[in-house]
Design a protein around this ligand. Sequence first.
Ligand code: PBE
Length: 265
Amino acid sequence: DKNSFAAKANYEIIGIEPGAGLMKLTKTAIDDYKLEDWKLVEGSSAAMVAELKKAIDKKEPIVVTGWSPHWMFSKYDLKYLEDPNESFGGAENINSIARKGLEQDAPGAYKILDQFFWDTKDMEDVMVKVTEGMSPSEAAEKWIKEHQDKVSEWTKGAESGNGEKIKLVYVAWDTEIASTNVIGKVLEQNGYDVTLSQVEVGPMFAGVANGSADAMVAAWLPGTHLEYYNKYKDDMVDLGPNLKGTKNGLVVPDYVDIDSIEDLK
Ligand code: PBE
């Protein structure tokens, strides 16, 4: 029954990086649904997936913080718990954001970043390749080769670079590993000298705002990263969505017999 689900799951929701927007949303959900008995466990995206896999192998109950797009939905049978209070908000977008001055300093790179737009299926293609063992840069290269039509829309009308340095910052979320590697590779193929720098979420926003980084393609809006966005928005150039229709929530394996966050009580 439901109580035994909570007990068997140790009253633990397996979370990710402490600074992630999803962690903040989960804390809101814990308040909204009065789940004060539950603990949100901090860790990393990789550790969360490892815990999930361990539980699934033993068919044990588990609740994790989850988001889409994510390859875990193609690898495992999972479901989002219903969220009648809408604590996690609705579908969101992922926006690209550039530093002020990038348009003047590297107009071609700016234009490519501005025109970068793909869909969930594209992103998942890259993510699945990476989980199957390909390196992110290899997976990006392969995807680009197979999707020249799409890529040529991003580069349309963009002047080529002359080896100018472009530094992209990102967090090690599977979604952002995929997108950052793809757009980085496209910039490289168009004449830029690209560095990808993996940071925490706060420094990612701060870096673009203070100009120590050129751009990022990892801002989940309007909800997940709202706080960071509001803090830095006057010092950055928002290039709009590169992907539409993300989702955040609590995720469980299909085999558990609860369906709603309310059932965790
Ligand atoms: N995520 C994936 C991030 C954004 C990308 C949902 C884990 C978060 O800040 O929660």
